[in-house]
Design a protein around this ligand. Structure first.
Ligand code: ZN
Length: 80
């Protein structure tokens, strides 16, 4: 069963948009991790520019992150 084929163009656009935001947030996190390895958050969030982006980078390089505005504003939240 191919669930992707059932998505409407609007759903596809929304998914592409959320991926772009995740990639932007991830890039900002990786840059900050080089400078401040133990910070654990970026404020203001590079995506919504209002919230605080909290993150964890695991020892194998996976990123878990969530913006505090995710619940009410739909900002980024993901775990790799
Ligand atoms: Zn945010």
């Amino acid at each position: 069963m191919n669930t992707i084929a059932k998505e409407s163009p609007e759903e596809k656009a929304a998914w592409t948009e959320s991926l772009k935001r995740i990639m932007a947030a991830r890039e900002a996190i990786m840059k900050q991790v080089e400078r401040l390895p133990s910070a654990g958050k970026i404020s203001p969030c590079p995506v919504c520019e209002r919230g605080e982006l909290h993150y964890t980078v695991t020892s194998n390089g996976h990123v878990h992150a969530r913006c505090i505005t995710q619940a009410e504003e739909g900002c980024v939240s993901w775990a790799e």
